[in-house]
Unconditional design. Structure first.
Length: 140
């Protein structure tokens, strides 16, 4: 390597170290649960005429993807334990979600996770049937 190549290599190595130091590290888990919910406003809102059926309780398979910040790379939060803990929150085989949207479900889950794991960035995606849903990024 010539002098210029050495300087470029050193600069890249330094930049890479800085990027790694600033990186937000996260683990994530996925799971799904059967649930029933409704959107009562769909029955009366003219803008929702084409989805009026959503006003009635209906079933979905709700897909969850939960990411949580970690502070080092050596299993600070172990995937399987984290997944089992969250799945235990939803231990009933059928979730009765009343009139909650995917966003509301996400907020509820965030409140529980943040109690157990405070001061961490958390990302939660909740979808209906793995098709349509929400993603909320909760940054500290």
């Amino acid at each position: 390597m010539n002098d210029l190549e050495n300087q470029i290599h050193a600069a890249r190595s330094s930049r890479a170290r800085k990027i790694k130091e600033l990186a937000i590290r996260m683990i994530w888990i996925k799971f799904q649960r059967e649930g029933i919910h409704a959107y009562p406003a769909a029955a009366t809102d003219p803008k929702l005429e084409d989805v009026k059926f959503l006003a009635h309780p209906h079933r979905h398979i709700f897909h969850f993807n939960v990411g949580i910040e970690i502070f080092h790379n050596d299993r600070e939060i172990e995937f399987i334990q984290f997944k089992r803990w969250i799945e235990n929150i939803y231990r009933n085989s059928l979730l009765q979600l009343d009139n909650k949207s995917c966003e509301m479900i996400s907020d509820d889950l965030f409140d529980i996770i943040a109690q157990q794991y405070p001061n961490r960035d958390i990302e939660i995606s909740v979808s209906e049937d793995g098709e349509n849903g929400s993603l909320i990024k909760y940054y500290k």
